[in-house]
Design a protein around this ligand. Structure first.
Ligand code: GFB
Length: 315
């Protein structure tokens, strides 16, 4: 099969690039912002209308994403850009006969006051998401709705996968807009170089989060799309164990050789959603032997990658 991957240079897109040799019978084509501006329908149609850009399957990763503080600052753009990107891609998939694909949601789209924890695949639309990221959350909820409608109306096989907080090599290490792990690694790395470095973490450290190593997620997505084991088109959650932000930051400090008693908490900063726990029992019925990378191991390899790619990494 010929597979187009949108968001080809992103955290997960780059992780897929590192494993395509495991699927030698398939051809992967990585689409990046330089190739095509996905918020423009004209650009999207002009790209997919070219005879050399015919595909059988799609892995749709491209999105306007960012951490809590970016979402708090730009809920309007997070909604409008992601709605445009997803609509344009689905229009092109229909017009150019891409009948099967993986579409990426996120556990942050879930209700912030659900009827029960942990949440499962049936609870996406149960009640409002956390206000901090409602723009992104409602745009991604609409993507789940659109995939379901296309599958019903056109017999397509568009599968929504729902990861928890992703991290790993090739992440966006922006201190302002990044997610917690890359933002803190970059900030702490700068402070380590100073004699009287200050290792400040935002919030109280009490929120709960589930972190998933991006290379693990990349493999799960490619297997769901290609190995035939996942025999339906319903959404599926991909998650790993839960921890508190405090415990996770302690692990980062260990990975960076920073004494934990040097950590300081700026509780004037937002904690965002306190808990968004989901479970992966559905995924595990299809992939019972999948070995998830531990947080300690994932943080260590991510920091090593960060140190080795200072010149070129996104920040
Ligand atoms: O990763 P993060 O930005 O995403 O924040 P969310 C996680 C937690 O880390 C929050 C705390 O409780 C923050 O208060 N935190 C502490 C920090 N220090 C920092 C820091 O330096 N930077 C950041 N960013 N956080 C996002 C959604 O929510 O989850 C997105 O807003 C996306 O839309 C993502 O879906 C997966 O888990 O709070």
């Amino acid at each position: 099969m010929r597979i187009v991957v949108t968001g080809g240079n992103g955290l997960v897109g780059s992780s897929i690039k590192n494993i395509i040799q495991n699927y030698p019978e398939h051809e992967f084509v990585f689409l990046t912002r330089d190739n095509c501006e996905l918020t423009s329908l004209m650009h999207v149609i002009s790209f997919f209308s070219k005879p050399e850009n015919r595909f059988d399957y799609i892995i749709h990763l491209a999105a306007k994403v960012g951490g809590l503080f970016m979402n708090l600052d730009s809920n309007v753009e997070m909604f409008s850009d992601n709605i445009k990107i997803n609509e344009n891609i689905l229009v092109a998939c229909k017009q150019y006969g891409i009948k099967r694909g993986i579409f990426c949601l996120s556990s942050c789209i879930y209700p912030c006051n659900p009827s029960r924890f942990p949440m499962d695949e049936t609870m996406i639309h149960e009640s409002p998401p956390h206000p901090s990221n409602e723009g992104y959350a409602y745009a991604k909820r609409m993507l789940e709705l659109q995939c379901r409608q296309y599958n019903k109306a056109y017999g397509t096989e568009y599968i929504c996968v729902i990861p928890v907080n992703l991290y790993g090599p090739h992440d966006n290490f922006s201190i302002k807009n990044g997610h917690v792990i890359p933002a803190i690694m970059n900030r702490f790395h700068g402070e380590k170089a100073k004699k009287d470095g200050k290792f400040t973490v935002y919030g109280t450290g009490k929120p709960y989060r589930q972190f998933l190593y991006a290379p693990d997620f990349a493999k799960i997505m490619c297997d769901i799309l290609l190995d035939g084991k996942y025999d339906n088109t319903e959404p599926v959650i991909c998650c790993n164990n839960e921890t508190t932000i405090k415990a996770m930051v302690d692990n980062i400090a260990t990975a960076m050789d920073i004494p934990q008693n040097k950590l300081e908490w700026d509780t004037s900063k937002s904690d965002g959603c306190m808990k968004k726990t989901v479970h992966n029992s559905k995924l595990c019925t299809y992939y019972p032997d999948f070995k998830f990378t531990s947080l300690q191991e994932g943080l260590r390899t991510t920091y090593n990658w960060f140190c080795d790619n200072q010149e070129t990494l996104r920040q």
